[in-house]
Write a protein that binds this ligand. Structure first.
Ligand code: 4CX
Length: 246
């Protein structure tokens, strides 16, 4: 596309990101001093596995709904078939949330914003998914090290979302065209700010995202295998729809 249309797409994606991010980076950074006390951490650790899963699933579903709104505001997304819009969101919404989450991660003390305060991995101990939690924190830590600007987070999450390799896409070529427009816009933006080196590091991040999300599905499946009936009552319908083979 011409530079003009590429710049228009960049502006549209950055605007969509700003409008659909729940918290601004400034707000999240201003809250870094609010860290869970020893007692609050112990309270989380004495919660049941079910309750902790439910709280995390609700928080994630909340963030995912903002990602759905982000997608709908990206020029071209609503021109895709309903089927393909759902395939892209089913495959990419958690990936986008996990990238966005790095904005709420404090690399100085390894804490993340959760339910109003910052806490370390120990907050999530009762989940019984220490490997997944540890990987999420490592991912956030490594993404923070890239010092992505909001513009870069916006464009990177749009590239992650519009992945033409998602299984079950009907019009793969149409998604591939939209993906390449966003990719060109992202590359132009990075080149202009002499940030080309970030591109190669981000491609590794997409591989880590893929394994994080399949680990999430694995842990969810084994959690539900032990409590087959619980899923419908425990989790928000959208979470159930996105992450189980319901
Ligand atoms: C994302 C937009 S934002 O405005 O930056 C924003 C907007 C809101 C928040 C607060 C927030 O919801 N933090 C939170 C929520 C859930 C989780 C979490 C917990 C456990 C799991 C594994 C479990 C399902 C087995 C997963 C996964 N997968 C994710 C986390 C964190 F990943 F850190 F543990 C943090 C933080 C920033």
């Amino acid at each position: 596309p011409s530079l003009l249309s590429s710049d228009c797409l960049t502006a549209n994606i950055v605007k969509s990101h700003r409008e659909t991010c729940q918290y601004r980076v400034e707000e999240l950074q201003a809250l870094r001093w609010k860290v869970f006390s020893r007692e609050e951490v112990l309270a989380y650790q004495s919660k049941s596995v079910e309750e902790m899963w439910q709280r995390c699933a609700y928080r994630l579903t909340d963030s995912i709904q903002y990602v759905v709104e982000f997608a709908k505001r990206i020029d071209g997304f609503l021109e895709l078939s309903q089927n393909d819009q759902i395939v892209l969101l089913k495959g990419g919404s958690l990936e986008v949330v996990l990238v966005r989450m790095c904005r709420s991660f404090n690399p100085d003390n390894g804490t993340v914003f959760f339910e109003g305060k910052y806490g370390g991995t120990e907050v999530f101990k009762s989940l019984g998914c220490n490997d997944l939690i540890a990987s999420i924190f490592e991912f956030s830590q490594s993404l923070c090290a890239l010092h992505l600007s909001e513009q870069e987070v916006a464009l990177f999450t749009a590239v992650v979302l519009l992945n033409p390799e998602r299984a079950w896409l009907q019009d793969k070529e149409k998604v591939a065209r939209l993906h390449s427009h966003v990719d060109v816009a992202f590359k132009n933006t990075l080149q202009r700010s002499h940030r080309d080196t970030v591109l190669s590091k981000l491609s590794q991040k997409t591989l880590q995202l893929k394994s994080l999300c399949s680990l999430h599905i694995d842990r969810l499946r084994s959690f539900l295998e032990l409590r087959p009936l619980l899923a419908h009552s425990l989790f928000p319908p959208l979470y159930h729809e996105l992450f189980t083979d319901s």
